[in-house]
Design a protein around this ligand. Structure first.
Ligand SMILES: *Cc1c(COP(=O)(O)O)cnc(C)c1O
Ligand SMILES: [Zn+2]
Length: 463
């Protein structure tokens, strides 16, 4: 067998296929696939600290990339095949203002800001890996269904590399303006389906199969290989000390799956003494994972999760015509494609799942903003979820926590402006129908006549 291959995640099946295969489903049982490395036949890094040497090679694009400077930990392509646009130059920031809001001790909360990626979200970490795989197999067209950020990332990578034509499927009226703008501006073929994300996801899989188009949704296991590096960068920024918790918003559950794989590979390679616990935060209006994991007790069970539980849940959603609905559009997903991988990650990492209403998501987002980082609503779900886990006492004030801020503030200016708006109509239009009652931390613009004395008076009053 090859040193790198794809393998079904279910141990009792464990069917394998070649690294070049692009169907991204198990050929035997239809389950999800992992990228698997035979470490006996690959060079293994001697220590995590050894990666710091890459900082001295920043004129080499592979070492400049925040993804590929860890390439020994995702060695599915030879270096000359790797496609990078400089993704992964992101920061881990100590966040005391947000810590105070979440009832954490100062110095114990860090925010991993993935909004600094070229397309403004963490998706670029995965897209560079998917593009590298696409080049490996000679793909000419790439497609995705998207709530916005996967399509932005695909559009940026297609435009910047010229490797493939981007085809993006979006639900009608379901995409934040910043994200739609990117797809259009970067020349992607944009297909707007009369339906929501879950509909678009089904269609893109059918169309890709029929037309042989390369799929870059997170069902693609190569994308998750790239997303592992978010955890490597967090460890690096903490001087290789393992945090107690990683808190991440959950949509299609690709990130949490990738994070779990990252930590378990490091532990199995003897590079990490212990793994952090994982907390996944759903929006209350798109809470499939919370419902299945916390309320119905669905578990991985060594690769044999009780599928009757999830199937009957999905049937009920269908019968009651329940659609995902949250201001956090990036996680407005009711059928997470990586459900089983996420169950596996939580089992191995002592994970928990929580749901947070839009009100708390937006209040948390305002606090993140007040602390100096700009994120989109979905990202702030991590902070809102942390606050709840602190209230419940699941996370201790003295524990060390990293919340992942998945996307940039300017992705969804509509939500931010509505929250801070002094105009009740604007607020109601965007947020009222979401059950958001008040903008607890609004920073409202001051209305003042075009008159020097009035302006000076207003400034004296408000500053
Ligand atoms: C895609 C996305 C998510 C959800 O990540 P999953 O890996 O699908 O769970 C969360 N936040 C933002 C900003 C995203 O773009
Ligand atoms: Zn299988």
């Amino acid at each position: 067998m090859d040193a790198v291959y794809q393998r079904c995640i279910h141990p009792h099946c464990a069917a394998t296929c070649a690294v070049e295969e692009t169907s991204f489903v198990c050929p035997r049982c239809g389950g999800l696939l992992d990228v698997v490395y035979d470490w006996d036949r690959l060079p293994v890094p001697t220590s995590l600290r050894a990666f710091e040497a890459k900082w001295a090679e920043r004129t080499n694009p592979l070492s400049f990339s925040g993804v590929w400077r860890f390439r020994e930990l995702l060695p599915f392509a030879s270096p000359e095949k790797i496609l990078t646009i400089g993704e992964g130059q992101t920061i881990l920031q100590r966040a005391d203002i947000v810590a105070n809001y979440a009832n954490m001790m100062p110095g114990n909360l860090f925010l991993q800001y993935e909004g600094m990626n070229p397309s403004g979200s963490f998706k670029d970490n995965g897209m560079t890996a998917a593009f590298t795989h696409a080049r490996l197999v000679g793909a000419r067209r790439a497609a995705c269904a998207s709530t916005g950020n996967t399509s932005s990332s695909l559009a940026v990578f297609c435009a910047a590399t010229g490797l493939m034509r981007a085809i993006i499927f979006i639900g009608s009226g379901k995409i934040a303006y910043g994200k739609l703008a990117q797809g259009l501006d970067h020349g992607a073929l944009t297909v707007q389906i009369a339906g929501d994300f879950d509909d678009a996801m089904q269609r893109v899989q059918q169309v890709s199969r029929r037309l042989g188009i390369y799929l870059v949704n997170s069902i693609n296991p190569f994308r998750l290989e790239g997303q592992k590096t978010i955890m490597y960068r967090i460890l690096e920024a903490l001087n290789w000390e393992v945090p107690d918790w990683i808190v991440v918003p959950g949509g299609n559950l690709g990130n949490v799956s990738a994070f779990g794989k990252a930590f378990f590979e490091l532990r199995d390679l003897g590079l990490l003494p212990r793994v952090p616990r994982l907390a996944v935060i759903n929006a209350a209006g798109a809470n499939t994972f919370y419902n299945l994991y916390e309320q119905q007790g669905l578990r991985w069970q060594e690769g044999k999760p009780n599928t009757a539980v999830s199937e009957s849940y999905y049937r009920k959603l269908e019968a009651d015509q329940i659609r995902a609905s949250t201001i956090a559009s990036a996680i407005e997903i009711n059928h997470p494609v990586n459900l089983n991988k996420a169950l596996r990650a939580l089992e191995r990492c002592g994970g928990v799942v929580r749901e947070v209403p839009d009100q708390e998501i937006l209040d948390a987002k305002a606090k993140v903003g007040a602390g100096g980082l700009g994120c989109e609503p979905a990202s702030a779900a991590s902070v809102a979820g942390l606050r709840r886990l602190r209230q419940e006492g699941v996370i201790g004030a003295e524990e060390r926590v990293v919340c992942v801020l998945t996307g940039h503030q300017l992705k969804d200016p509509t939500a931010t402006v509505a929250y801070h708006s002094a105009d009740q109509k604007t607020f109601d239009q965007v947020l009222g129908q979401r059950g958001v009652k008040r903008a607890t931390f609004a920073n409202r613009a001051v209305q003042v006549a075009n008159d020097l004395d009035e302006i000076i008076k207003a400034i004296e009053v408000y500053s």
